[in-house]
Design a protein around this ligand. Structure first.
Ligand code: F42
Length: 319
């Protein structure tokens, strides 16, 4: 299975156009990111519902803090209705940096995600929900079955996703990260008495493909710089990246000096935090990822130096 991620930093109609290209190229799922400073995720998914006819359409990922979960249930149920049953709800703890800017406290993220998933499932089944942060909320229409995927990186979040979610979206591009994550998801599933195979494991990668491998890698650099700056030391050391190397990148980003940040991104960092290069290079990495137990490869930003060309190229040479 292959998915693709679009960031609605561009008008929703343009994302709709790219989504149709992706559907025609053979992608199975389209994921739209959710950050308050971009276009709204549900408005974008409504456009995509009309612009496409087969692909599944997911929030990739929303969170329990910026919207009340009863509103989230109503929103994803509406998308499911508009798209003819193609919606997936991706939900995670959210991005702390954007919450700080919105004045939202990031309290007990693991608990918040667990309670939201439970409340949303009941709300979608048109049950009245008291508890799990709700005080008697009930939707006025029945949404039917909508799969719920959890965005996770931390050990507890990964295990919980295995226990309760239909799938997990792991923001990583290297097999070593999945050799760490997959057993935790499976452990959670077994603990809950589930068949571990029924939990879809998605590699939510930073992907950049072009016939010119160097151009593809260069395009991935800015995304990789932000990943390096936001990664905990445990993740950096898993890939042999020294704290001072990462500090050079994050320090430059902090000062807004993106030229210096790009200069501090090493080839090693690009290999650790992206799937990039020629279609053959990317195909090799995709196969390594699938060998770890990953069941869906999500082609994430930047996709390639030229997005349209890259979508067609990936469709033709990789999918
Ligand atoms: N975030 C967004 O805001 N928008 C997006 O579009 C988005 C897309 C996305 C796609 C894939 C993906 O994997 C992540 C994505 N994210 C997006 C980021 C996501 O929302 C999370 O920020 C990211 O996944 C990091 O989450 P995490 O799994 O590392 O979880 C954090 C919260 C963590 O610290 N987890 C710990 C762990 O071990 O898993 C557990 C922390 C814990 O136990 N907390 C306790 C609790 O009850 O919550 C409380 C502890 C205490 O002492 O209070």
């Amino acid at each position: 299975m292959f998915g693709i991620e679009f960031v609605p930093s561009e008008p929703a109609l343009k994302v709709g156009y790219m989504a149709k290209l992706a559907e025609d190229a053979g992608f199975d799922t389209i994921w739209i990111t959710d950050h308050y400073n971009n276009r709204d995720v549900y408005s974008t998914l409504a456009i995509l519902s009309l612009a496409t006819s087969k692909v599944k359409l997911g929030t990739g990922v929303t969170n329990p803090y910026t919207r009340n979960v009863a509103v989230t249930a109503s929103s994803i149920a509406s998308i499911n209705e508009i798209s003819g049953g193609r919606a997936i709800l991706g939900i995670g703890p959210g991005d702390k940096a954007t919450f700080d800017a919105m004045g939202i406290a990031w309290e007990r993220p693991l608990t918040a995600v667990r309670e939201s998933v439970s409340a949303i499932r009941d709300l979608l089944a048109k049950k009245r929900v008291a508890g799990h942060g709700m005080a008697g909320a009930q939707l006025a229409f029945k949404a039917g079955e909508i799969p719920i995927y959890i965005g996770a990186q931390g050990p507890k979040m990964l295990e919980m996703a295995g226990q309760i979610a239909d799938g997990v979206l792991v923001n990583a591009s290297h097999p070593d990260d999945f050799n760490y994550a997959v057993p935790l998801v499976k452990k959670g599933a077994k603990k809950a008495g589930r068949d571990p195979e029924e939990v879809e494991i998605c590699a939510y990668t930073s992907f950049s493909a072009d016939k010119n491998g160097e151009k593809a890698a260069a395009e991935a650099k800015i995304v990789v710089a932000f990943i390096v700056a936001g990664s905990p030391e445990t993740v950096l050391s898993r890939h042999g990246i020294k704290p001072e190397e990462a500090a050079a990148v994050s320090g430059a980003i902090g000062k807004g000096d993106f030229g210096a940040a790009l200069g501090a991104v090493s080839d090693e960092m690009i290999r650790a935090f992206s799937v990039s290069g020629t279609p053959d290079d990317c195909k090799m990495r995709v196969e390594e990822l699938l060998a770890t137990g990953v069941t869906q490869i999500v082609v994430g930003s930047p996709i390639g130096p030229n997005k349209e060309r890259a979508i067609k190229l990936i469709g033709k040479e990789i999918l």
